[in-house]
Design a protein. Sequence first.
Length: 233
Amino acid sequence: MIEMLGLPAASSYAHDIDQVFSVIFWIVGAWFLLAEGVLFYLILRFRKKPGVKAQYITGELKSEKRWITIPHNLILVFDIIILVFAVKVWYAVKQDLPDAPDKRVIRVVAQQWAWTFVDPGADGQLDTPDDIAKVGELHVVVDKIHHFKLESKDVLHSFSVPVFRLKQDVVPGRIITGWFTPTKTGTYDIQCVEICGVGHALMPAKIVIETAEQHAAWVAQNSNLAVASAATR
């Protein structure tokens, strides 16, 4: 449903999250229409009429209580259905951290008001001399598992990649680990979706999803050795 509104799904779990939203939308929408239909029916059916006295209904009779108990129990059943869908997706996205020998671990640093992204470079290891740090621009590889480590230098931020259906708060003093697997190449938005000060609206960034070959070329072009060589020319 979200994809139908013009926002593509570009991660392995985006469709699962969309499905939860769709389930909630259709269930809540159906109950809303039913409730409004009953409301307007009762308004018209029992509207004031000349010569007809109003009735005082206490709601104590079983026939009257059924108007509350039956819808209430049905709503509880649908709540359980929503909960089952939501917990399943929550576990897959937030609790289960998939691993792979070739995964890439990146660092995401938030501060007022910019994102800094640290790529592990050619050796695939963070905190080594060939790390590549970029402000406002994150490069990742399509169809590859990425683990990210979120940090904040100052206040509470929130790391959001809409095409991934990803949103994770960034808490000062903590390193929060999450994951994603991009499934579609292209350049998309990264947002901070937690009001973090007067420059909050000026804190956008871009995520560039590349093929393995494109990413390798980007790493070679932006490695410390390549940058140093370009600076001496």
